[in-house]
Design a binder for this molecule. Structure first.
Ligand code: 5AD
Ligand code: SF4
Length: 475
């Protein structure tokens, strides 16, 4: 329930986010454009004046969830005597547009990922019952330009969108159709947003893009010259006072250049974690997927990144049961997983997406075979994930404290390798980078025994006297 009386003009918004981190970021930006017109975010849909479902279209299951959630929202809307406005945003909105309004008449407006800056105008139109209620044009730069330059930070970690869209056209994927073509934000815009977040106490920035390592943004006005790469951007952001940790996600093997690999070795602030999806370990399947790389090329990148930074945690995405995938192809994926050894990975059964080339391919794999392969792959990945977490037991590591735990006196944070760490400590440590002795590990998190000492990393990123190693672990 929301407290209607404390609001300046009685308007509340509930945003439900599905899918990737880009959607999480976009939901935050929608809150930013709605704040000036008086919308205050609330935690539940009950009694919210505006409900936004920020949707994901990547697999069939994700899309189905949206329609079933809309059914629930319709009931709430009926109870509010129609006062509630329902908006569908994100990739389902982009892909299915008017179809959504047809299937669920309770939906008032539909807007694609490039239209969030138009949300206030569209809400006003709905209230006046005039004009267009569907906005799914591709104008990425217009979106970036029109969004407010400052945003409210929510804790010591933040996402920052630097690139959007995809030109790779993997044959299974809807993203090139829902997010449009690859586009990078200018370095100056990103720097402004990063400084603003740092000033609010953000210490860890995750740079986002559908193909983030394809980044090539307009160089800073003072430097002139040609577009900057992601490696240049990372080195630049690392110099911002207060920004002690940088990450980037998600990358494509084709865009993993030498300089970015080198940056992992020479830029302290760049965290030792790389999410580099490979999807399959079979060259036949990689070709059918139009990935534009072989498994040998991928293995070579993984080897070189480990050479640059030996404690690197490696992550990937996998699809099993892509059309034509034989037992031998699947075994090649298992071999690759055994060889690379992942800290974490996400795996999915191939899902036929209308309009994508793979959905029309011969050799669709039966559901039971997909299920069997997924179980086998996930069992192996779970083993590797547990072993990776267990390898930290006995070490003293640097943890960015992000919040209070469920029990009194407990806090939690993030390791350099993106693991959740739970330990005893005071809430006043939130936002600090502290040393924690790791005494236990499970599949999904680490347990720490104590805060060995407080450490505040200097603005330059120099690690200071409490840290012996340069790789986040001290032991
Ligand atoms: N079926 C199954 N998984 C998919 N992904 C993308 N499209 C599909 C699909 N049609 C997975 C890929 C990608 C991740 C975000 O989702 O592994 O890297
Ligand atoms: Fe989809 Fe491939 Fe683009 Fe990734 S690189 S968003 S999987 S088309």
């Amino acid at each position: 329930m929301t407290d209607q009386s404390s609001k300046p003009d009685g308007k509340t918004v509930f945003i439900k986010t599905y899918g990737c981190q880009m959607n999480v970021y976009d939901s935050e930006r929608m809150k930013d454009v709605l704040a000036p017109i008086g919308y205050r975010p609330v935690e539940t849909a009950d009694e919210a004046d505006l409900v936004v479902l920020n949707t994901c279209h990547i697999r069939e299951k994700a899309t189905e969830k949206v329609y079933s959630e809309l059914g629930q929202m319709r009931k709430l809307k009926d109870r509010s005597d129609g006062r509630m406005t329902i908006a569908v945003a994100g990739c389902v909105a982009q892909a299915e547009g008017a179809e959504i309004m047809r299937r669920q008449p309770a939906v008032d407006l539909v807007l694609g990922p490039q239209a969030y800056h138009k949300l206030p105008e569209m809400i006003a139109r709905v209230h006046r019952s005039t004009g267009e209620r569907l906005e799914t044009d591709f104008e990425t730069l217009e979106k970036f330009d029109a969004l407010p330059k400052s945003r409210e930070a929510d804790g010591p970690t933040a996402f920052l969108s630097v690139q959007e869209g995809c030109d790779k056209f993997c044959t299974f994927c809807v993203v090139p159709y829902t997010r449009g073509s690859e586009l990078s934000r200018p370095v100056d815009d990103i720097t402004l947003e990063a400084r603003n977040l740092a000033a609010q106490g953000v210490r860890e920035l995750s740079l986002l893009g559908q193909n983030v390592n394809a980044y090539h943004g307009v160089a800073p006005a003072v430097s002139g010259g040609s577009d900057w790469t992601l490696a240049q951007l990372v080195r630049h952001l690392a110099t911002i006072g207060g920004i002690d940790r940088l990450r980037y996600t998600t990358s494509h093997p084709r865009d993993m250049d030498d300089d970015l690999i080198a940056a992992h070795g020479d830029t302290e602030e760049l965290m030792p974690f790389l999410h580099l999806p490979v999807q399959s370990g079979s060259n036949n399947i990689l070709r059918a997927m139009n990935r534009g790389h072989t498994h040998e090329h991928y293995r070579d990148i993984m080897r070189r990144i480990k050479d640059a930074r030996p404690d690197m945690a490696l992550a990937s995405d996998f699809i099993v049961g892509f059309p034509g995938e034989s037992d031998k192809d699947f075994e090649a994926t298992m071999d690759l997983v055994r060889d690379v050894n992942y800290a974490i990975a996400y795996s999915f059964k191939y899902s036929q997406r209308p309009g994508t080339p793979a959905s029309e391919m011969f050799g669709q794999v039966p559901e039971d075979v997909k299920t069997e392969r997924l179980h086998a792959l996930q069992a192996l990945l779970r083993e590797q994930q547990s072993a990776f977490n267990a390898s930290k037991v006995g070490q003293t590591i640097l943890v960015l404290v992000t919040g209070e735990g469920r029990q009194a006196g407990q806090i939690h944070g993030r390791s350099p390798w993106l693991q959740a760490v739970h330990f005893d400590g005071d809430a006043s440590l939130i936002g600090q980078i502290v040393k924690v002795d790791i005494i236990g590990a499970s599949l999904n998190s680490l347990a720490g025994s104590s805060v060995a000492g407080k450490k505040s990393v200097a603005a330059t990123g120099a690690v200071g006297d409490m840290v012996a190693g340069r790789y986040g672990s001290i032991a």
